[in-house]
Design a protein around this ligand. Structure first.
Ligand code: THG
Length: 262
């Protein structure tokens, strides 16, 4: 599993404050702690309160790059914010995200090619969030065919079925999971799949249990990457164990420690 740490997000109070005050220490601390806990990449999101996201994202990218050369996942719904982040990036970039709308694809696919970046494609369009897996698959196929027409390989594309909170969209959970498998067979080579895991438990009690149960199930449906809190140790243990069960990790009595030492 390609693990993307979710914690550098202005929606968190301390990160939001640090961005406002341009205080590097908390940002660099969260970056290093997430990597130490097992993150392969870091999501970078200025959050809903940032008033100048175009410059804030540059400050975040530069601040994080001072302490790591791991990939950065530029998370914004605004293409101008993504482009601004790309201008200062030295690490590998993943664009988070495009939708299936041609206006967005027209901007973000060329940018991904220009910067040799990965691209997350949300299966959403101007018409809103799909209500079933047929609509999800149709939007996924739109994104894949646009990318292949532009010569952007599906191996650099991460399709996201958009995880909804279980407390409001319980009836959709099975479709979301099945979509993960369906996305993998759209093209050859396959696109990759990703989810923003913590969405599933927003507004619920027992958040950590819901997160790790959903992630374990998603692993069984073939999930490639996840935006998660890597500092949730029980979540990481469940993730490692689900990969063990699927024969993606070699068994030994101390497999959890063995995985973490890698
Ligand atoms: N897909 C993609 N990118 C995404 C998402 C997705 N980026 C953002 C988000 N969803 C993933 N990241 C988070 C980060 C935090 C939370 C959920 C998803 C979260 N935060 C607490 C909350 O809202 O309750 C904040 C608590 C606090 O303020 O301290 O749950 O789906 N491609």
């Amino acid at each position: 599993m390609f693990i993307i740490g979710e914690l550098i997000n202005g929606m968190y109070k301390d990160i939001g404050e640090a961005i406002k005050k341009k205080d590097k220490a908390p940002i660099q601390k969260y970056a290093l702690e997430q990597l130490k806990a097992g993150a392969d990449a870091l999501d970078v999101n200025c959050g809903p309160v940032s008033r100048q996201p175009v410059s804030d994202i540059q400050w975040l990218v530069q601040t994080i790059q001072e302490v790591t050369n791991k990939p950065l996942v530029l998370d914004s719904s605004k293409p101008e914010v993504i482009e601004s982040g790309l201008k200062v990036i030295k690490n590998k970039a993943i664009i988070n995200s495009t939708t299936a709308d041609v206006e967005k694809l027209n901007i973000l696919v060329p940018l991904a090619k220009q910067y040799q970046a990965g691209l997350i494609g949300l299966t959403i369009s101007a018409k809103g969030i799909p209500q079933n897996k047929d609509q999800r698959l149709e939007l996924a196929a739109t994104i894949v065919s646009y990318c292949s027409e532009q010569g952007f390989s599906p191996e650099n594309l991460y399709l996201d079925p958009i995880v909804l909170p279980v407390n409001v969209a319980q009836a959709q959970m099975r479709d979301i999971l099945e979509s993960i498998h369906e996305f993998k067979i759209i093209s050859e080579p396959s696109p990759k799949t990703v989810v923003g895991l913590s969405n599933v438990s927003q507004g619920s009690c027992l958040r950590s249990l819901i997160n790790r149960t959903f992630l374990t199930m998603a692993v069984a449906f073939g999930l490639d990457a996840a935006i998660i809190d890597p500092q949730d140790k029980e979540l990481m243990d469940a993730l490692i164990t689900s990969e063990l069960i699927l024969n993606k990790q070699i068994y030994c009595d101390s497999y959890l420690e063995a995985y973490r030492k890698k």
